[in-house]
Design a protein around this ligand. Structure first.
Ligand SMILES: [Zn+2]
Ligand SMILES: [Zn+2]
Length: 141
């Protein structure tokens, strides 16, 4: 993948790419931890630099979801969206609703040539729904 993007293959780049691939939506700190597990001591700055290079080359996508730090994933180029749990912050991928960007048609494009709409679905994940106190508990049998 690195060679395909004309990036020099280095161990930190391979480790960061693997971390983003194996742990979708990991944040920078999680990626630093994963890379250190793999390579030993690596500076924050080195990981930031690699993330910037990989994002710039389109191998990694940086996402910013409401109420969350920046996260990274290796699933790129498919305009997929995210569902976010409002309670615990769990994140999952959902395919693009219509199959291609911009996905949504603006009610008024103001003459802009629009090519992207950021779609984030929010609500409660199944685990948080299950943990809700039931509004009407079943009577004891
Ligand atoms: Zn949740
Ligand atoms: Zn994703």
């Amino acid at each position: 993948m690195l060679r395909g993007a004309s990036l020099r293959v280095t161990r930190p780049r391979m480790a960061v790419l693997a971390a983003a691939h194996d742990h979708p939506h990991a944040d920078t700190n999680a990626i630093i931890g994963l890379v250190r597990d793999e390579l030993g001591e690596v500076s924050h700055q080195a990981v930031y630099d690699v993330l910037r290079a990989l994002t710039g080359a389109g191998l990694v996508r940086r996402i910013e979801l409401p109420g969350s730090v920046a996260r990274y994933e290796s699933r790129v180029g498919d305009n997929h969206h995210h569902v976010v749990c409002r309670s615990c912050g769990a994140i999952a991928d959902v395919d693009c609703a219509v199959g291609a960007a911009p996905c949504l048609t603006a009610s008024d494009d103001h003459g802009y040539a629009l090519d992207e709409a950021e779609v984030v679905f929010s609500g409660l994940c199944p685990a948080c729904v299950a943990a809700l106190p039931s509004a009407s508990p079943l009577p004891p049998a």
